[in-house]
Design a protein around this ligand. Structure first.
Ligand SMILES: [Zn+2]
Length: 261
């Protein structure tokens, strides 16, 4: 079982920042447990992926199906490395915990809260201190998930990531997605990039990539006297996930000088 620790419970304890590629939350949050109980991973930030269409907003697909949104909790290995930057390029350096969001008119309360600040972080590099309950970004059932070794989904796409993807989903509304698409992919004083996105972050997805030789493992954790017992069944991977290190930017992501996530 994963546990989420939000160390600082003061109001406005997290930083919400626009990178020009999307929105990221950072601050004193930590996730422990799951398959990483014996290694310390520290949360670097939480960010969001969405698409131009409500039915195509996740970076991973499951058996060919896309989701409305995908939330990434990016962690780095503080046992082996001295900084996120160092860990990002090294084997075992990063763990990204991912949650898919299904379309639902009720939306998600944490995303709603973030959307309320959309006007304050509308442009690249703008930021705001906010208070968000990170747990609301996790699905109810966090015992079942898939694991595979893969890459970052933004350049330089290092093969340093252990992906943990929950089977259960959160929700996001069409209205919330529409609000996120009103964010700009450039600074307030910069001219919008000359592309079909016309200066907006209409999507921030990596194109689907072949699974290659990666093996995706389905995991369910059961606790016995403080020890985690893993029940794993192996998929062949080919029909479950698609990803690889080969990557080129498309659309509104072109021309960015930042790759915060
Ligand atoms: Zn991501």
């Amino acid at each position: 079982m994963f546990r989420i620790h939000q160390h600082v419970v003061l109001p406005q304890s997290l930083t919400l920042k626009s990178s020009g590629l999307g929105l990221a939350l950072s601050g004193a949050i930590n996730v422990t447990g799951g398959p990483f109980s014996h290694t310390k991973y520290e949360l670097r930030q939480v960010h969001f992926h969405w698409g131009e269409r409500d039915d195509f907003g996740s970076e991973h697909t499951v058996k060919g199906c896309s989701f409305a949104m995908e939330v990434h909790f990016v962690h780095w290995n503080t046992d082996l490395y001295s900084s996120y930057e160092e860990a990002a390029s090294e084997d075992g350096g990063l763990v990204i915990v991912a949650a898919f969001a299904n379309l639902d008119s009720r939306g998600n309360p944490a995303i709603e809260h973030i959307c309320n600040y959309a006007s304050a972080v509308r442009y690249k590099r703008q930021w705001e201190k906010i208070s968000v309950d990170i747990k609301q970004l996790l699905p109810n059932n966090i015992k079942k998930y898939w694991v595979y070794k893969g890459s970052m989904t933004v350049p330089p796409c290092y093969e340093s990531v252990t992906w943990v993807i929950f089977n259960d989903n959160i929700t996001v509304s069409s209205r919330q997605l529409a609000q996120l698409r009103t964010l700009h992919n450039h600074s307030p004083n910069d001219r919008p990039p000359a592309d079909e996105c016309q200066g907006y972050i209409t999507k921030n997805l990596r194109n689907l990539q072949p699974t290659g030789t990666r093996r995706v493992t389905a995991v369910e954790h059961v606790f016995t006297i403080g020890q985690i017992v893993q029940y794993a069944s192996l998929y062949d991977g080919s029909s479950v996930f698609t990803t690889s290190k080969d990557f080129t930017w498309t659309g509104g992501l072109q021309g960015s000088d930042e790759a915060d996530f």
